[in-house]
Design a protein around this ligand. Structure first.
Ligand SMILES: NC(=O)c1ccc[n+]([C@@H]2O[C@H](COP(=O)([O-])OP(=O)(O)OC[C@H]3O[C@@H](n4cnc5c(N)ncnc54)[C@H](OP(=O)(O)O)[C@@H]3O)[C@@H](O)[C@H]2O)c1
Length: 380
C-alpha cells in the first residue's frame, strides 16, 4: 500500500513491512538513523549493497510499522507525528523530514493554527517522492465552534483547504464541548451550548455524513469517557472508530482501554511524553515531569532505549496508537525507531506498575455547572 519513492528506500507501509535499514552496531541506543546510511539509501542503494560498502559492523534493523485495523476496516499506523504547539515555520520542515524518515501518519487539528504549514510539509514530501498520498494517514479534528450539524462540513472543509488535501483519513470530534460560534470568547456559561441543547450525537451524526461525502475515511472522537461513548453509540447506532485521549503511565486509562477494546474502538495516546512544552498557563506548580521519572529512566536503560522511546514502545505494546510531537530531526528519528521496538514483559510490567496519577491536559476552563460539566464529572 505504501508507495514510497525508489530513491528513498526506508519504505513504510500501513500494512507492515519496511525495508531493513542499517544501524551502527556501536550505537548503544537506537538513537536514530545514521546520516551517511540515509544518504546511501537516498541514492537508491539496496540494504545489501550498502552493507557491502560499510567498514564498521552494522546491524540490520527492519522497521516494520505496526498498524491496527479500525472497526470500519481501514488501517491506522500505530505511530504518528503530533503537531500541537509546533510553530508554523518549524512544523513545515518537521513534517517533511518525518515523512522522509519513514513516518506515514500525521496528527493535526484546526485549533493548532498550523494546518497550512503541516499541509505544506506533506505536499513537499509527496512532491519529493518520499511518500504517496494513499500511503499517508492524516488525522484532523473538528473544533468546538463547529459542533452544530450545519457547521460540521464547514469546519472539515476549512481543515482540508488549509492542509491542501481532498480527504482526511480520520476526523475526530476534538472535545465533547460545544461553543456557540457567534461568541468571540468562550469564557462564560452563555458562550456554550449545553449537552441537552446540542447533543454530542447530533455532531457525531453530521460527522458521519462526511464519510459518505468522501471527505473523511474514518470518524472518531477525542477526550470521550465510556459514558459519553456509550451515549453516542446508543443514540446513533454507530461505534466511533477511534477515541484519542491523554494516555501515558501517569494516566494509563485502564478502564477506558478495556471499554474501548470491548467495543472495537481504537485508543490513540496523546501527550505520551508528558507534553513538557505546554504553555505555562496549563501547568501546575510541582507537576511530575514524566520524562524524568526514575522508573522510566531505569527501565529505559535496561532496554537500551531513551525515556521517550520507552514510553512510545509501551503505548504501542498496549495496543494503542501513539503520536509524540517533535520538531527536531534527531528526535523524530529517535521516536520513529522506538515504534518497532519489542518491549520485554518485565519492562511492560514495571511501567504498568507506576502508581503516580497525573493528567497534563485539562479542559477545566470550560466547566460550567448546569451548562457543560461540573468539575471532574467531565471524566465520568
Ligand atoms: N486530542 C487532543 O485533545 C490532544 C491533546 C493534546 C495533544 N494531542 C496530540 O498529541 C500530540 C502529542 O502530545 P503533546 O504535543 O501534548 O506532547 P508530547 O508528545 O507528550 O510531548 C512533546 C514534547 O516532548 C518533546 N520530545 C519529543 N520527542 C522527544 C524525545 N525523544 N526526547 C525528549 N523530548 C522529546 C518535544 O520537544 P521538541 O518538539 O522540542 O522536540 C515536546 O516538548 C500533540 O502534538 C497533538 O497532535 C491531542
Amino acid at each position: 500500500m505504501c508507495k514510497r519513492s525508489k530513491s528513498l528506500s526506508i519504505q513504510g507501509d500501513r500494512n507492515g513491512s519496511f525495508e531493513p535499514i542499517l544501524v551502527p552496531k556501536h550505537q548503544r541506543r537506537i538513537a536514530g538513523l545514521d546520516e551517511n546510511i540515509l544518504a546511501l539509501y537516498a541514492r537508491g542503494n539496496s540494504t545489501r549493497a550498502i552493507s557491502a560498502q560499510l567498514e564498521e559492523p552494522y546491524l540490520m534493523k527492519t522497521f516494520a510499522m505496526k498498524t491496527f485495523t479500525l472497526n470500519d476496516g481501514t488501517q491506522i499506523p500505530a505511530f504518528g507525528l503530533g503537531t500541537w504547539k509546533s510553530p508554523a515555520d518549524e512544523v513545515r520542515q518537521a513534517v517533511k523530514t518525518a515523512l522522509e524518515l519513514g513516518y506515514c501518519h500525521v496528527d493535526a487539528a484546526w485549533i493548532y493554527q498550523n494546518e497550512q504549514a503541516v499541509g505544506e510539509g506533506i505536499s513537499a514530501a509527496i512532491g519529493s517522492g518520499a511518500i504517496a498520498r494513499e500511503s499517508l494517514f492524516v488525522t484532523s479534528k473538528l473544533w468546538n465552534t463547529f459542533h452544530r450539524p450545519q457547521d460540521v462540513e464547514t469546519g472539515c472543509r476549512e481543515t482540508l483547504s488549509a492542509l491542501g488535501l481532498d480527504y482526511l483519513d480520520l476526523y475526530l470530534m476534538h472535545w465533547p464541548v460545544a461553543f456557540k460560534p457567534q461568541a468571540s470568547q468562550h469564557k462564560n456559561p452563555e458562550d456554550f451550548y449545553s449537552l441537552d441543547e446540542l447533543p454530542l450525537s447530533q455532531t457525531f451524526e453530521a460527522m458521519l455524513k462526511l464519510r459518505e461525502k468522501g471527505l473523511a475515511k474514518s470518524i472518531g472522537v477525542s477526550n470521550f469517557t465510556p459514558s459519553k461513548l456509550q451515549r453516542i453509540i446508543t443514540e446513533t447506532g454507530v461505534v466511533p472508530s477511534v477515541n484519542q485521549v491523554e494516555l501515558h503511565p501517569y494516566n494509563p486509562q485502564n478502564e477506558l482501554l478495556a471499554y474501548c477494546q470491548a467495543q472495537g474502538i481504537r485508543l490513540t495516546a496523546y501527550s505520551p511524553l508528558g507534553s513538557g512544552d505546554r504553555p505555562d498557563s496549563m501547568k501546575q506548580k510541582d507537576e511530575p515531569p514524566l520524562l524524568d521519572n526514575e522508573t522510566v529512566n531505569a527501565i529505559a536503560q535496561t532496554e537500551n532505549l531513551s525515556a521517550a522511546q520507552l514510553l512510545i514502545a509501551w503505548a504501542i505494546d498496549r495496543g494503542t496508537v501513539v503520536i509524540p510531537k517533535s520538531t527536531h530531526a534527531s528526535r523524530l528519528a529517535e521516536n520513529l525507531a522506538a515504534a518497532t521496538h519489542t518491549l520485554s514483559a518485565e519492562a511492560r510490567a514495571a511501567l504498568d506498575a507506576i502508581d503516580i496519577q497525573y493528567r497534563y491536559v485539562s479542559p477545566s476552563m470550560w466547566f460550567f455547572p448546569g451548562i457543560t460539566y461540573q468539575g471532574d464529572s467531565f471524566w465520568c
